[in-house]
Design a protein around this ligand. Structure first.
Ligand SMILES: [Zn+2]
Length: 269
């Protein structure tokens, strides 16, 4: 099997990958409570699995290397349940920015930040807004569940999206860490409907709240019909979506500059 794991490669092999214009995937996740049945590494483990599978799928098209998962994300809303290690926004921004900078300084030109934790989404976009205009690399951020969309969600029977510690994550963890998934009380874990909008008030206004506002056991979703077969299909859907994103030339193409026509007639100098 092709080695795509940054941590397992030697420095000269990584220099060669930079020379060969390999794409770097930087997975970013969390270490946070995932109910009584899943380990706190769930987002980190799934993010790693999907990134590695995506890298292997895309490799024949273009070399890809996967950096170690940034397991420390933004999980303040899960703190009351315990088991959760969160960063402040400032620290998270510095960690992610410094890693992107370190990767860029080695000559890698295309970096895919692959996020697998909902709480990181807005912060990652802000980091890219800050870095991208002057970065020597092209920076793209993705979330595997959004990128896979219907291809992933069509395997779900009892919830609409990936959610938290529900049918999707439980099924995928049955493939990745079977021994760490406790299915003994799975029929009693579904979180009640209606709590979905725990971060909103009014017709669409934002209010921060802890996750305890919507669930008593740390779940959002219904894991009752989780199984490994479903998990495998969802992992593959996520990996395929990321591989397609990596292989699409449009993902890495230079931004257009539509002033060029006017430049030719001398309007912009
Ligand atoms: Zn999760």
């Amino acid at each position: 099997m092709i080695e795509v794991d940054w941590a397992r490669l030697k420095a000269h092999e990584l220099r060669k990958l930079a020379d060969d214009n390999a794409i770097v995937i930087l997975p970013i996740a969390s270490m946070e409570q995932h109910g009584p049945h899943l380990p706190v590494m769930t987002d980190t483990r799934l993010g790693q699995e999907i990134a590695h599978r995506a890298a292997r799928k895309a490799y024949s098209h273009r070399a890809v290397v996967v950096a170690p998962v940034v397991w420390s994300g933004l999980s303040e809303h899960h703190m009351p349940f315990g088991g959760t290690l969160t960063l402040s926004h400032d620290t998270f921004r510095r960690v992610v920015s410094d890693l992107i900078e370190a990767i860029t300084r080695q000559g890698f030109k295309d970096i895919l930040i692959s996020n697998s934790h909902g709480g990181n989404v807005i912060a990652i976009q802000q980091i890219l807004d800050e870095l991208a205009p002057t970065s020597k690399a092209t920076l793209v951020a993705t979330n595997y569940d959004v990128e896979a969309g219907e291809d992933l969600t069509r395997h779900l029977q009892d919830q609409l999206g990936v959610m938290h510690a529900g049918e999707a994550e439980t099924s995928m963890m049955l493939i990745c860490e079977h021994d760490l998934v406790d299915m003994s009380n799975i029929t009693n874990l579904a979180s009640p409907e209606g709590g979905k909008h725990f971060l909103s008030v009014g017709k669409g206004s934002y209010r921060w709240r802890p996750f305890t506002h919507m669930t008593k056991n740390g779940l959002a979703g219904n894991p009752v019909r989780s199984n490994a077969a479903k998990g495998e299909k969802m992992l593959e859907a996520g990996a395929k979506a990321l591989a397609n994103l990596i292989m699409d030339p449009e993902t890495w193409a230079a931004s257009k500059d539509l002033r060029s026509a006017e430049k030719n007639i001398g309007e912009y100098k």
